[in-house]
Design a protein around this ligand. Structure first.
Ligand SMILES: [Zn+2]
Length: 282
């Protein structure tokens, strides 16, 4: 009799675990964007309505791992797409940790040439793991689930090219879901923004992740005139040595009545959308 009770309890526990896993595996119909709290750097995780994961940059060190564990189910070991905006340590180093621990489908990058050990390790790992690589350039769209990644920068292929200021090789993209658009600009500075302003590309977006951690070398007025964002998210570290974000950038945003979220003050910024409305929380 006691054995039957043990079997029944064991069965019930297994059932509950299976239900939890099934529940966590189902999409909820919302796009989720997590602007991760990784200190002075950039890392954003996107969960599509059908539960595919896109990681845009990985931040410095390994802080991204704790953040991913905080927003992904414990059994999720796959990142469908990684986007490396540019190969600076504060965007790249966490991606090395991710490539070592997660099954990664595709890496999107510019293929720019840049002398940094971490970048060499990143490229080695991609090759070792047989990860699909896409060198992106402007005007290209990638559909994933119900989401479209509209690459706006660079305007042309940068594979193999060297940059004096590699910030200006940053991938900038618009993520489209339903009627809503979310802009990610890496560390693209004013020189790159000027190229975009002069291009015929549609830049309009609802939420802007401020370029270069809110530095005044990005988010120029002509650029903001075309993006017309209502919200800005700034990813920067508490009391960072670069004094990001710059008061001038904040003033530009405030002048436009934009709502500002900052990872140094707000921690991880969570956003979700059904394609019509946009909601923020922590
Ligand atoms: Zn940066």
């Amino acid at each position: 009799m006691r054995r039957w009770i043990q079997i029944l309890i064991g069965g019930a526990v297994c059932g509950v675990i299976m239900l939890v896993i099934c529940f966590q595996s189902l999409g909820d119909g919302f796009l989720h964007i997590y602007y991760l709290n990784i200190g002075q750097g950039d890392a954003t995780l996107v969960r599509t309505p059908g539960r595919q994961y896109i990681l845009i940059d990985g931040g410095p060190g390994d802080a991204v791992l704790g953040e991913l564990a905080g927003v992904m189910p414990f059994f999720a070991r796959r990142i469908d797409v990684i986007v490396l905006s540019h190969p600076h340590a504060d965007h790249l180093d966490g991606l090395i940790e991710v490539l070592e621990r997660y099954d990664v489908g595709t890496v999107m990058m510019t293929g720019v040439s840049y002398g940094y050990k971490g970048y060499e390790r990143f490229l080695e790992l991609i090759e070792e793991r047989g990860v699909n690589v896409v060198f992106v350039n402007g005007g290209t769209d990638y559909a994933l689930d119900d989401v479209v990644l509209d690459i706006v920068y660079p305007l042309e292929s940068l594979a193999g090219r060297e940059f004096e200021n590699v910030n200006n090789s940053s991938i900038s993209l618009r993520l489209l879901y339903g009627k809503r658009i979310f802009y990610f600009s890496g560390d693209l500075e004013i020189e790159g923004e000027e190229e975009l302003v002069a291009s015929p590309l549609d830049l309009r977006s609802d939420v802007l992740k401020a370029g270069h951690h809110g530095s005044r070398t990005s988010s120029s007025e002509p650029f903001l005139d075309l993006v017309q964002p209502q919200w800005a998210v700034i990813s920067c570290g508490v009391d960072n040595q670069f004094l990001h974000p710059h008061p001038e950038t904040i003033a530009h945003f405030q002048k436009r009545d934009m709502t500002i979220y900052r990872t140094d003050l707000d921690g991880r910024v969570d956003l979700w959308s059904d394609g019509n409305e946009i909601f923020f929380g922590n």
